[in-house]
Write a protein that binds this ligand. Structure first.
Ligand code: AP5
Length: 217
């Protein structure tokens, strides 16, 4: 069993790399962003509360997020391990994660910090799109489908873009990252759990760096 956290600002490649690591290590990606977007689509109470916060690029309250993750960790598909993508994002979330792992007799193996230049993240995020059917991720410039307009994974021709993927919201999300999320690197650094990788390299190279860091942990 391997439990890891992928940390990095919006656009760093957490979602892209989580999919690669799922296949390589047989563990499951838990993306709090994806979970919240599913709540918004379902029109649930959580979704209604989160929608405006996400569109503004702010952070959803810790209590909501911790509750969602704690419940999800009990599912059968998490037994081989998980890749936490987008969680924890604040110090209280990191502390809550420690408590819940202890209660569930689980342990955190590694925190992988994907390091990037903020300025490049606006281009990465505003160019991002995904398949509406299977969720495969693409980019206008960096990761186009092999056949124009057709999803490589499932053959669908229907693609979507996220409501919060505009330049203004990306800047607010980057600000939230530096203010609330980056400090948790010190929290995990003190526990000797952090490995940093160069997220400005090509997608495949970043994957190799991450796999090496996990294998050595
Ligand atoms: P979330 O969905 O987690 O978004 P994010 O953290 O802003 O991260 P992104 O998904 O935008 O980026 P990514 O790092 O996954 O990049 P990707 O791989 O797609 O959160 C959304 C919102 O939900 C938050 O703003 C907040 O409101 C709320 N939320 C979620 N979790 C929360 C929590 N724990 N607490 C409170 N609120 C929470 O890559 C981006 C693009 O770049 C892609 O097109 C990709 O193809 C391309 N790319 C990737 N790597 C490379 C590379 N090496 N070179 C070139 N292109 C690349």
């Amino acid at each position: 069993m391997i439990n890891i956290i992928l940390l990095g600002p919006p656009g760093a490649g957490k979602g892209t790399q989580a999919k690669v690591l799922e296949d390589s290590f047989g563990i499951v990606q838990l993306s709090t962003g994806d979970m919240l977007r599913a709540e918004v689509s379902a029109g649930s109470d959580i979704g209604r509360e989160a929608d405006a916060i996400m569109k503004a690029g702010q952070l959803v309250p810790d209590g909501i997020i911790v509750g969602i993750i704690s419940k999800r960790l009990d599912d059968d598909d998490c037994r081989q391990g998980v890749i936490l993508d987008g969680f924890p994002r604040t110090l209280p979330q990191a502390e809550a994660l420690d408590t819940m792992l202890e209660e569930k007799s689980l342990k955190l193996d590694r925190v992988l910090s994907i390091e990037v230049d903020d300025d490049a993240m606006v281009e990465r995020i505003t160019g991002r799109f995904s398949c509406s059917q299977c969720g495969a991720g693409y980019h206008d410039k960096f990761q186009r489908p092999a056949k124009e307009g057709v999803c490589d994974s499932c053959g669908s021709t229907d693609f979507i873009r996220r409501a919060d993927d505009n330049a203004e919201t990306v800047r607010a999300r980057l600000e939230a990252y530096h203010k609330s999320t980056k400090p948790i690197l010190d929290y995990y650094g003190e526990k000797g759990l952090v490995s940093a990788v160069d997220g400005m390299s090509a997608i495949e190279e970043v994957s190799e760096q991450l796999k090496t860091a996990i294998t050595r942990s």
